[in-house]
Write a protein that binds this ligand. Structure first.
Ligand SMILES: Nc1ncnc2c1ncn2[C@@H]1O[C@H](COP(=O)(O)OP(=O)(O)OP(=O)(O)O)[C@@H](O)[C@H]1O
Length: 121
């Protein structure tokens, strides 16, 4: 049980380290807070909350894994290396795919509601 709880500590250390050292991770956290605030303000439905939650988790997971991959690559290959470059580029591509999907989902959920508000004003 102690080992299980200690595991949470390590995970929170990872989160804290990413938040402290990675500007991109902080940007994604702010975007997540904006999405949650917009969800409350625009009274989105339960199913829409699930999509927003899924997108937030997907983007943060992609960013954390990309950061871990960057750290590991820098450790294993501090010198310029073609494969190391490909590894980092693919990690960045994973974040891009997740962020584009989140952007599309946010647009599908929020744009019609914002349009309605604009037309009602
Ligand atoms: N050791 C390396 N060998 C070859 N190419 C590399 C190497 N390190 C970085 N690159 C290239 O430079 C790009 C940017 O790498 P960098 O480590 O600066 O990542 P970043 O996304 O700018 O991360 P951060 O700014 O968070 O450290 C990589 O995507 C890769 O194309």
């Amino acid at each position: 049980m102690k080992k299980f709880i200690r595991g949470f500590g390590y995970a929170f250390n990872g989160l804290a380290h990413a938040a402290k050292t990675q500007l991109n991770f902080r940007v994604h956290l702010v975007a997540a807070l904006v999405a949650v605030y917009a969800g409350y303000a625009l009274h989105i439905a339960t199913g829409e909350w699930l999509w927003i939650g899924f997108c937030i988790a997907l983007v943060l997971m992609a960013e954390l894994l990309n950061t871990a991959l960057e750290f590991l690559t820098n450790l294993v290959s501090p010198e310029w290396n073609k494969t190391a470059g490909h590894v980092k580029d693919m990690g960045a591509a994973a974040v891009l795919v997740a962020a584009l999907f989140a952007l599309l989902t946010g647009a599908v959920i929020f744009v019609p509601k914002i349009m309605l508000l604009i037309h009602a004003a």
